[in-house]
Write a new protein. Structure first.
Length: 243
């Protein structure tokens, strides 16, 4: 499945399409727009719009399905969909890296695209406050650092390529990537087993639930240039503090 997100245990495909959910593997597998090849929806007057097809390339007529992806049900209710299902990638490597500045996070992202290439499976960012909220409100959450840092980056690589003698392995590539940026990375962890990997992802995926436990929680998807993204956090906090 091309979509993986924290709400995967309770969400529905129709809702994912209606909100154009991104998920943690967006950087590798692209958006639901790119992965939806067919769709059926019921309009407000009962009309059934049948845009179902299993063809990845279909040049016939209007491609109306994209109007419903991200429309949040305002144009109709999605009842069926045909989605691309990429091969399951088995060889995965994860690194949790700590940074002092958001500018360093951006540098790590740009470098990951060139250094790790199509092996990037996830690139997720958490700030100190997000991690604190999870650790304070989710009793089973575990985090592999003794103290909290300003920013954390989760970099995951994945592929089905078999390791061959004389060729750099994916794990080695990830280590080379980390060593290349030791001036921007102030601490880091490579999970030792699947259990620790799941514990790290658990913290990332429980941010929304922990925020609700903390108090009022209003969640919005925002689309900004990556170098401008964290400015909205500062401006939002300033606005709340002043009101």
């Amino acid at each position: 499945m091309a979509l993986d997100l924290g709400a995967k245990g309770t969400c529905m495909i129709g809702g994912n399409l209606a909100t154009n959910a991104g998920g943690i593997n967006f950087i590798k597998l692209n958006s639901l727009h790119a992965n939806t090849i067919g769709l059926k929806a019921v309009l407000a007057d009962g009309t059934i719009l049948d845009n179902m097809t299993s063809l990845r390339k279909d040049n016939t007529g209007y491609d109306l399905k994209h109007l419903f992806i991200g429309a949040e049900g305002t144009l109709g209710v999605i009842t069926e969909a045909a989605l691309l299902c990429p091969p399951l990638l088995k060889n995965k490597n994860l690194a949790l890296l700590a940074c002092n500045k958001f500018e360093h996070v951006i540098d790590l992202l740009k470098s990951a695209k060139t250094t790790l290439g199509d092996q990037i499976y996830s690139f997720e960012v958490m700030d100190r406050e997000s991690v604190r909220v999870v650790l304070d409100n989710i009793s089973v959450a575990k985090f592999p650092f003794d103290r909290l840092h300003p920013f954390y980056v989760l970099v995951e690589t994945a592929s089905n390529v078999e390791e061959k003698e004389g060729r750099q392995s994916e794990c080695e590539k990830l280590f080379s990537y980390i060593e290349k940026h030791d001036d921007k990375i102030i601490d880091g962890v490579i999970p030792q087993d699947e259990k620790q990997t799941q514990q790290i992802w658990f913290v990332r995926e429980e941010i929304a639930n922990a925020s609700i436990a903390e108090g009022y929680c209003l969640k919005y998807d925002v689309s900004l240039r990556s170098d401008h993204y964290y400015k909205v956090v500062h401006e939002t906090r300033e606005f709340i503090n002043n009101h």
